[in-house]
Design a protein around this ligand. Sequence first.
Ligand code: AVI
Length: 323
Amino acid sequence: MTLQKKTTWDSVFKKEVFEGLNSYPKYLSSKFIYDKKGDELFQDIMAMPEYYLTDSEYEIFDSYTVAITNHFKANSEAFDLIELGAGDGKKTKILLKYLTEKNIDFCYKPIDISQNAIDDLTKTLKTELPKVNVEAEKGEYFEVLERLKTFDKRKKVIMFLGSNIGNLLHSRAIQFLSKLREAMSQDDLLFIGFDKKKNPQTILNAYNDPSGITAAFNKNLLTRINSELGGDFDLEKFIHWELYNPETGTAKSFLVANKAQSVHISALDITIDFSQWETIHTEISQKYDDKTISWLAKESKLTIADSFSGKKNYYKNYIFKCS
Ligand code: AVI
């Protein structure tokens, strides 16, 4: 392995790939999965029968539309509905439709790391719900938090759905929620989705589908390194592996080298050696119990205002307010 000492990088992608592949054990952040192909693969994941998360949250929105939006429009003030990591907005459209039908004054501000997702969402909203006032923005969660502070003219309802919080370790989740809390005024709300602990097999099946969609999604990290950083990863020499620990509630994704190999990445001017069965840790998808969610809220100086579960108790949406 050629370890080049470098302190300045012209992109976060380069910097983090360099650091992650030069560490032991190796890691790469799942946030880099999402380019056009990664977005499409995630859409395919959400449509898989094994990936219960999307349908579970959809069921909650559909069953509790009135109760949820009553929290949003309390005091009948106009508000900004800010969605972090909006994706295709499929579930949110249920709420947008209802709020528009009731002539509630609000502005929908979807924010996503992927420009493709933002463009597609804006386009579909124009045709499906033309009356909704949409102001979309592209950005990473932590960078967007700074901007959120400037949205202080009206009440804010911040949404963080799809168990996106589960892709953060607890310490990062508390840091993130605390920053959100700092950007919130007294009447603002945080509406957030958590995937619950359940039969471990159900969780493993959701991240280990037989059709190989999740494997392709995970390997998109390597595809991106190949196409954007001049890497020569052979995708056939890695297998997707998923682990779930029912005690901690953490699902972990890996790419495991099935052969010893060396990979050259020209934009980073490095060659990375893999021994056979060496791993790259790529993602965590945390599953929660009620106690852990209460702890996260308390640590972040937030209070639970309400919560909604579906029939199977697979998933739970919480409304947090400032403590
Ligand atoms: C986006 N995120 C909440 C998904 C999850 O469940 O962790 C990403 C994903 N990874 C594998 N399948 C789906």
